[in-house]
Design a protein around this ligand. Structure first.
Ligand SMILES: C[S@@+](CC[C@H](N)C(=O)[O-])C[C@H]1O[C@@H](n2cnc3c(N)ncnc32)[C@H](O)[C@@H]1O
Length: 240
């Protein structure tokens, strides 16, 4: 399946996440054997010390937003352009979470938010889905306060001999079948595999973060490189 081009990508991604919404969390846990919780835990740990509101971009059904609130107790703006994903997640919030997690249906590449208004931002499994990643990153930079931190979790490609071939087999042969059978939309899981395969390298992502103005840019592969956690900071003094 060819990946959608930049113009088609937004509509395609929105439609695919709408179609898998009800099974999204269950499939995440199943396909990652439950390790996705640990990945999100580590992502929020990277934001430790952040004060003030945190923006969770591509928040989906809010699993990372909830973890941010659990660890930091700071208010969270949970932004996603797929209304069905946000609504599904919002319906599952506890009364306490509802007071501090604020879903916002909007485009991550054009944030309807004031500049320098967040102490931190996060994105889990979202940057790969943006149609224009540099634009999304510069928007995240804009809304972050000077000194604020960002943590981005995204799939990457293992490089370990043998394991990388096994993983590729799993990604292209096993995952679309299980994902398709359970969600009813095999194309969504073929897209998942293809988009991981076609995504930027860790160095390219770090360069884009630096080009957007971030400093202290770093990355840490986790689980043999299946995912990578990127961290970055907005400098105290910017040219904005
Ligand atoms: C794989 S889900 C990740 C959800 C959640 N962060 C998690 O940890 O499971 C990716 C989400 O990114 C959203 N998304 C993709 N492009 C977006 C954009 N331009 N603006 C806002 N949300 C976007 C999709 O609607 C989808 O809900």
């Amino acid at each position: 399946m060819p990946l959608p081009n930049r113009e088609e990508k937004k509509d395609f991604v929105q439609e695919k996440f709408s179609s898998v919404t009800a099974r999204y969390d269950f499939l995440n846990s199943l396909l990652s054997l439950g390790i996705d919780r640990l990945w999100r835990y580590s992502t929020v740990k990277a934001l430790s010390g952040v004060t003030g509101p945190v923006l969770d971009v591509c928040a989906g059904t809010l699993p990372l937003s909830r973890e941010i609130f659990r660890q930091t107790k700071e208010p969270v703006v949970a932004l996603d352009f797929c209304y069905d994903m946000l609504r599904f997640g919002a319906q599952r919030l506890s009364a306490l979470e509802r007071r501090s997690i604020h879903p916002l249906c909007a485009d991550g590449e054009s944030l309807p938010l004031a500049s320098s208004s967040f102490g931190g931002f996060s994105v889990a499994f979202g940057i790969r889905n943006l149609a224009d990643l540099p634009r999304g990153l510069s928007e995240m930079f804009r809304v972050l306060r000077p000194g604020g931190k960002g943590a981005i979790l995204e799939f990457s490609r293992p490089t370990l001999p043998v394991f990388k071939d096994l993983y590729r087999f799993y990604l292209h042969r096993v995952l679309p079948r299980i994902g398709g059978a359970i969600s009813g939309d095999q194309e969504a899981y073929v897209y998942l595999a293809e988009s991981i395969q076609g995504f930027f390298s860790q160095h390219e992502v770090c360069n884009m973060l630096k080009e957007s103005g971030f400093v202290k840019v770093g990355y840490m592969p986790m689980t043999l490189g299946i995912v990578t956690l990127y961290t970055c900071t907005k400098p105290q003094v910017t040219d904005e």
